[in-house]
Design a protein around this ligand. Structure first.
Ligand code: NAI
Ligand code: MG
Length: 349
């Protein structure tokens, strides 16, 4: 029987609850589809930081490297550890060290889930560049605290970086409806975004079966709300993708549903799967966090590992639970606990 080794990093707050809940379901789906998920849990979190002075040990990345994938809950405890410390001490080093340059997020309204839009029939896969662009961290400040102070932050777009994310987008479009939206702001940003458009055009010649539309980010943001059904695969830079995927999460019913895959398509390193939401200190310890975002992230993980049937079955089971509207956490208007929902999904499997 095939065995996958998964590194579990529950992290902080509700991260712990949702990873436990997702694991229950993942274990069940593995049993049904004849593979095994073995796992090791890493306690790296803000609590770990308060005890050890680091978010993870210095050889943390090397400890993770042999795994087939990473399932992460959420990291952050702003009351006790600054977010800049927790983010830069764990999540970002993992994304950077393993060159997880694709951040893929599906935005779809599961049956039975109420979204804020009148238009409910949409299925968008957002692909965000995850390593460079506006978040490259290149810049500086001079003349601190004076009237002459200057802050410069430079976006970095490399041919390698732009080409590989767009290529991933074209390939994703080929596997879906053949429609790709390339998002820029090339009217205003005449170097980086015109460059992005040129790379898009060059790749389009290689993928004659994909229909490419170019959108400016402001226009596509409006389209997410007014005509989301006209979008399928959407590729965007780090900053634009960051903002658009929060919009995507909102139209799919909220953070309780939004899942995220940080992927290095070349393989050889573990890709990382997580809910989009954070540690939610306001509901931590209450056992009422919606586990569906993390279960969905688990389905993305199975899909990435090549267990396509198991991934589809998991999503179908999730959707049958939301459609019945019997096991719902408070954010979905119900009174069920995190574990109740996980058990309902397991039962539906
Ligand atoms: P958050 O996503 O933790 O919470 C925002 C709101 O959504 C809260 O009211 C929360 O109760 C609700 N919410 C989030 N997930 C939910 C779920 N599964 N079920 C039901 N309700 C849910 O964002 P916030 O409060 O801005 O950040 C809290 C901490 O999490 C911070 O330290 C932040 O840096 C960190 N964070 C970590 C992320 C990660 O690890 N990838 C992502 C986002 C935030
Ligand atoms: Mg964001």
């Amino acid at each position: 029987m095939k065995t996958y080794n998964i590194a579990r990093i529950p992290g902080d707050g509700i991260g712990v609850d949702v990873v436990n809940a997702a694991w229950l379901v993942l274990d069940a789906v593995a049993g049904r589809f004849d593979f095994t998920l073995s796992s090791e849990t890493f306690p790296w979190s803000c609590e770990y930081y308060l005890e050890h002075g680091v978010m993870m040990p210095t050889d943390g990345i090397e400890q993770l490297r042999p795994f087939d994938a990473i399932l992460l809950g959420a990291v952050g405890w702003p009351a006790r550890v600054p977010d800049s410390v927790s983010l830069h001490g764990l999540l970002l080093p993992i994304r950077k060290s393993f060159d997880l340059y694709v951040n893929a997020r599906p935005h779809r309204l599961l049956k039975g889930v109420e979204g804020p839009l009148r238009s409910t029939d949409f299925d968008i896969l957002c692909i965000r560049e995850n390593t460079e662009g506006e978040y490259s961290g290149a810049g500086g400040r001079v003349h601190h605290g004076t009237r002459n102070e200057v802050a410069v932050e430079t976006s970095i777009f490399t041919r390698t970086g732009v080409e590989r994310i767009l290529r991933y987008g074209f390939e994703a479009a080929q596997k879906r409806s053949g429609k790709l939206a390339s998002v820029t702001k090339s009217n205003a940003q005449k170097y980086s975004m015109v460059f992005w458009d040129e790379v898009t055009d060059a790749l389009a010649a290689e993928f004659p079966d994909v229909r490419v539309s170019r959108y400016h980010v402001d226009a596509v943001a409006a389209r997410f709300v007014t005509n989301p059904d006209t979008l399928d695969v959407v590729v965007a830079s780090n900053l634009f993708g960051d903002i658009l995927t929060d919009l995507g999460a909102a139209i799919q019913g909220g953070l309780g549903f939004a899942a995220s895959a940080n992927v290095n398509p070349a393989g050889g390193v573990p890709s990382m799967f997580e809910p989009v939401h954070g540690s939610a200190p306001d509901i931590a310890g209450k056992g009422i966090a919606n586990p569906l975002a993390t279960i969905w992230a688990g389905a993305l993980m199975l899909d990435h590992l090549g267990e396509k049937q198991a991934a589809s079955a998991l999503i179908a089971a999730m959707e049958s639970v939301t459609a019945q509207r019997t096991a719902l956490t408070p954010d979905m208007g119900g009174t069920s606990s995190t574990m109740d929902v996980a058990e309902a999904v397991t039962h539906a499997l």
